[in-house]
Design a protein around this ligand. Structure first.
Ligand SMILES: [Zn+2]
Length: 268
């Protein structure tokens, strides 16, 4: 009796923490990473840090489960009927453009032959994450142009835009928000010689504000990415809203990762 009660209590506890009971989500899973490495002392944003060992095991999991990782351009080619659609497509994305994406994640991607996409903040390249308050999240190095080019030239990593300065687009005057969207696309394209196909809203802000989203669409990005947990049905109806993502946290377990991929959500 006590055993049965214990099992029931455990099931209730697991149901409150995990979304294992949700139906399987169909669509395009988009993983959202930030920093790969060990979080520094004083970090109050620890879940944004995924260790190289976690990242490796998650990427190995994708491979073992038969996912095909795509770049934004490859996804566009598929959507335009220029390339066949793989049975299990997935996007691996990184926000902000930290140097640790090159130092820690890129070697793993290269070793496993997986593709990824990085959203860059134009004015922070070669600098640091100046938009964070260093009292709550220590400043660290962002990517250099040489690192960005090396990753781009490998064919494994495509760049996208995450604005010029990482400001909250929903709180900016419309002309400033437009500048963040249009200028970053133009400058990144000039610097890298590739079209910026993807855009991610800093803090996810403005993704569901009609005038901000309209400005992002008008800037010419083919795909715009929110920071809302979930899996967007595919083919995608751009009119229905931005593309949802799966925020991968440093304190996620293997079960969380599995539920994110299959249910579009791991925890409450
Ligand atoms: Zn960001």
């Amino acid at each position: 009796m006590i055993g049965a009660l214990g099992a029931a209590a455990a099931a209730v506890a697991a149901s409150c923490r995990w979304n294992w009971w949700r139906p399987r989500a169909k669509g395009l899973p988009v993983l959202c990473y930030h920093k790969v490495g060990r979080y520094p002392k004083g970090s109050r944003l620890k879940p944004l840090w995924v260790t190289p060992a976690q990242f490796r095991s998650q990427m190995e999991r994708l491979k073992a489960s038969g996912y095909t990782s795509l770049t934004f351009s490859e996804l566009r080619d598929i959507d335009e009927g220029k390339a066949p659609r793989p049975p299990k497509p997935i996007l691996v994305t990184f926000d902000d453009g930290y140097a640790n994406n090159y130092e820690e994640a890129f070697p793993i991607l290269r070793e496993l032959g997986l593709k990824a996409n990085i959203f860059l903040v134009y004015e922070t390249l070669e600098g640091h994450n100046a938009w964070h308050n260093p009292a709550s999240e220590p400043w660290i190095a962002m990517l250099s142009w040489a690192q960005v080019r090396e990753m781009q030239d490998s064919g494994l990593v495509e760049m996208g835009s995450h604005t010029m300065t990482h400001r909250n687009l929903a709180r900016l005057p419309p002309e400033d928000a437009r500048w963040e969207l249009v200028e970053s696309k133009k400058r990144l394209e000039e610097k890298l010689g590739r079209e910026m196909v993807g855009f991610a809203y800093p803090y996810g802000a403005g993704a569901y504000v009609p005038q901000v989203r309209r400005a992002a669409r008008e800037a010419g990005y083919r795909y715009d990415f929110a920071f809302k947990q979930g899996i967007t049905p595919w083919p995608w109806d751009a009119e229905a809203g931005p593309i949802k993502r799966l925020y991968i946290r440093g304190d996620d377990t293997a079960l969380d990762f599995h539920l994110n991929l299959t249910r579009g959500r791991a925890r409450f």
